[in-house]
Design a protein around this ligand. Structure first.
Ligand code: NAD
Length: 497
């Protein structure tokens, strides 16, 4: 099926109606699409309307084991496949993702809610992992040397870790899958991918494209399920599994780390965030407000990198809030398929309840609502873009991940205070700093305990950059040169000279 470019709302709806019945809804195991062993399915809903889009096979523990059987059986020959061949498959997959970009974007908007323009942006971002890791696959830093005292010859080589369990969240349905699958393919690992229950369709279409790109049977197996633990528990307990790579919330990551200990699995954990966005008094406020809008409203605020706490120098706070408010008021809330929508729904009803509770809590503690502050009536799961000021440090929205379009602003007076406030969280994923003085920004960066820092920039994720968190935001890095190492073992062979 070739993609159709859709410019008007009615074209998009027509294309979506054709696309849904043509999208795989089964489990991909050993190169074959199949139903769940007990025939079970679960509904995938459109968060903009609450309507069921389709039903998807719900993998059982037996299905998960069958997927690992296939991955384990494919590991030896896949690991021995020349790197260039693996790279070529990724290159073809990159090209297929470009060909089907509109379809992938439509599926993401339908199942996750983000505006179509943002979904197209995710196809670009997510697709880049395929190209980047195609480029990395053939770089081999194996080495041959004599040991320093001259007694041994040493050979150090990289090998694939082996079968991996990849668990992805719903907020970036394509990019979270490509960010794991592409380096695993590049390194020669086989995989069982469990996409999020709320957004399995994009991953299933992506898996179909990987098969079309020539990935051998059993290398990538996909097991969506209504019950994540039904899939993860038997696999984590199986000694054939060698690694788990997880993106999602910190509590689930902590549980997976506990069960990974039993088999001493390799782990990569991309967990929650609570990003500070700091605006110094010398910042260009237009740049800062652009950055704030992007860091807050990208993906509707449903991003682990979303700015969660805004600390603005007291001398520019009124001006910053005024300009930020003007931009927030201009946001168009609606169905992501509609032309002109700049903010879609939240992913499910529960998410609206949780955002509303955080705003109510902040207001009860003295925060002032500058923009928004309530739910949007009607079908679908919408919350208004919301700007709060004078938010006290103990408000829950300052300590917990908001995961919605709510920007709480507080002020600071000194750089030391800004650093202390920014670091006052158990999380350490993204952070943002706005200042006209780049030296000051870099010096401030050195004081921050965050894996990523946007300096005068609100969006910095890139396939070529290492992405990951410090503290309770996780361990390991995805993307960049670091990303492939997460899927490689190091083996040393020594022999007498
Ligand atoms: P979640 O932890 O509820 O779910 C993530 C994935 O884990 C889903 O596939 C889910 O089905 C699965 N899962 C849930 N319970 C499980 C269990 N007991 N065993 C195994 N798997 C289980 O998180 P979510 O709500 O889908 O995603 C939002 C969270 O993800 C936020 O905290 C966000 O910050 C985080 N996130 C982090 C990154 C990052 O790279 N650091 C990126 C995106 C999202």
């Amino acid at each position: 099926m070739t993609t159709v470019s859709t410019s008007s709302t009615s074209e998009r709806r027509e294309r979506a109606a054709e696309l849904l019945p043509a999208t795989p809804t089964g489990l991909l195991i050993g190169g074959t699409w199949r139903e769940a062993s007990d025939g079970g399915t679960f509904a995938v809903e459109n968060p903009a309307t609450g309507e069921t889009l389709t039903r998807v096979a719900s993998a059982t523990g037996d299905d998960a084991r069958a997927a690992l059987d296939a991955a384990a059986a494919a590991q030896a020959s896949w690991g021995a496949t020349p790197a260039r061949e693996r790279a070529e498959i990724l290159r073809r997959a990159f090209a297929l993702v470009q060909e089907r970009r509109e379809d992938l974007a439509l599926l993401m908007t339908l199942e996750m809610g983000k505006p179509l323009a943002e979904a197209r942006g995710e196809v670009t971002y997510g697709g880049e992992f395929l190209r980047w890791f195609a480029e990395q696959a053939t770089h081999d830093d194996s080495r041959y040397a004599h040991t320093p005292e001259g007694s041994l010859r040493m050979l150090v080589q990289r090998r694939p870790v082996g079968p991996c369990l990849l668990i992805t969240p719903w907020n970036f349905p394509l990019a979270m899958a490509t960010r794991k699958v592409a380096p695993a393919v590049a390194a020669g690992c086989t995989m069982v991918l469990k996409p999020a229950r709320l957004t399995p369709l994009t991953s299933l279409l992506f898996a179909q494209l990987m098969v079309e790109a020539g990935l051998p049977d059993g290398v990538l197996n996909v097991v969506p399920s209504a019950s994540a633990s039904a899939v993860s528990e038997p696999l984590m307990a199986d000694p054939r599994l060698r690694k788990v790579s997880f993106t999602g919330s910190t509590p689930v990551g902590q549980n997976l780390l506990r069960s990974a200990a039993d088999n001493v699995l390799r782990t990569s954990m991309e967990l929650g965030g609570n990003a500070p966005l700091v605006v110094f008094e010398d910042a260009d406020l237009d740049v800062a407000v652009d950055g704030a809008m992007a860091a807050k409203l990208r993906n509707g605020g449903e991003a682990c990198t979303a700015a969660n706490r805004f600390y603005v120098h007291e001398s520019v706070a009124d001006e910053f809030v005024e300009r930020f408010a003007e931009r927030m008021r201009a946001v168009v809330v609606g169905d992501g398929l509609d032309e002109g929508t700049t903010l879609g729904p939240l992913v499910e009803a529960k998410a609206v309840d949780s955002v509303a509770a955080l705003v109510d809590d902040a207001v009860a503690r003295g925060a002032k609502v500058v923009v928004g502050g309530s739910r949007v009536d009607g079908p679908g799961h919408f919350y208004q873009p919301t700007l709060l000021r004078d938010v006290p440090a103990d408000a829950r929205c300052m300590t917990e991940e908001i995961f919605g379009p709510v920007a709480p602003v507080a002020t600071f007076s000194t750089e030391d205070e800004a650093a202390r406030l920014a670091n006052s969280t158990e999380y350490g994923l993204a952070s943002y700093v706005f200042t006209a003085d780049v030296r000051r920004g870099l010096a401030f960066a050195e004081r921050l305990e965050f894996g990523l820092l946007g300096l005068n920039a609100g969006v910095i994720s890139n396939a070529a950059a290492p992405f990951g968190g410090m503290k309770q935001s996780g361990s390991g890095r995805e993307g960049g040169f670091e990303g492939i190492a997460e899927y490689q073992e190091t083996q040393y062979v020594g022999m007498p000279l």
